[in-house]
Design a protein around this ligand. Sequence first.
Ligand SMILES: Cc1ncc(COP(=O)(O)O)c(C=O)c1O
Length: 361
Amino acid sequence: MSADAGSVSNLALFDAYPQVRESVAWVGLGHYPTPVTPMPELARALGGGEAEIWVKRDDQSADLYGGNKVRKLEFVLAEALRRGHRRVWTMGGTGSHQVLANSLYARAVGLDCAAVVFPQPMTEHVGQVLREIGETDCELVWAHHMLTVPVAAARLVARFLLRDGRIPMQVPPGASSPLGALGYVSAALELVGQIRRGECPRPEVVFTAMGSLGTAAGLMVGFRLSGMDIPVRCVRVVLAPLAPISRLAALCRATAGLLRRHGVVVPGTFRTTDMEVEPDYVGEGYGYVTPAGQVAVAAAAADSLHLETTYTGKALAGLMTYVRQRREGWRRVLFWNTFASGHVSDHAGGHAQKNSPPAKS
Ligand SMILES: Cc1ncc(COP(=O)(O)O)c(C=O)c1O
């Protein structure tokens, strides 16, 4: 287990509801609360006057590798340990933050890791993540296309069944099960605590990238639970059939249901019509670079924020349009930075396993 991984919790969810700490498996991987800071340059560039843009710095959620996977994996990997697994597997694109985070944190808590990986448009950042995955111990099975992932997954499961006599636990894409979403329920409570302590103003809206849905669903459930029902604008970064609004609402309900089973009642319900999804920023599809996303990445740099073009650039592009369209009306908006900038090679390096892409598709 790494120096980071442990049982000391500073989770807002456990502070507010100690009974959840008693009954849900959890392993500490990150540092909370993450900072919340202003983006004065972006506000100025968008003609804000008195209006403010704030950013929740989940890029700083952990030393080893930050971003939005840390909070989710604290619950999901702990559950794998609780069930007595020695290995987990997951899936993602060639530049998958999920595969990288899963590889690093599985190892940190003493689990072996495997992943099904499918091609996505190559960018410099995707290449960097792929190299970093290659430096971990994660055993990869390559799918030739996103559509053939189930075939590759069956190969992976069969391989480990033969080798270990047991099927490894699947960590769902993005660790976005109701259990994983609890990490973002806690994150919402954490931000509400920061607002109540006067560390930042209450935003009229929060913007976040939406792929496998767990971040957005957790935030919505958490804000509702807190009594400060801040709207979450979910900027979809995959094509609609991969992240339908109905599934987002269903994940909110399932997460609230999980909390209820642990004695925490989230008021109201989550209907499809309650979801605020921004569908216009994905471009040609998952991983494709869009001009608006590139503009947003460049704009964020003025506030020393390092984003990428698959998720956070698109999410910030959504926020920038919102601000521009409400030029007279907007007061305070918050961007949830889900991206772990910086390289992990120094932390992850030195493993024997080297993962190579398939020879042909
Ligand atoms: C940097 C980043 N932001 C946002 C997301 C999307 O979050 P979610 O999958 O919880 O919807 C991802 C998912 O991989 C991500 O890597």
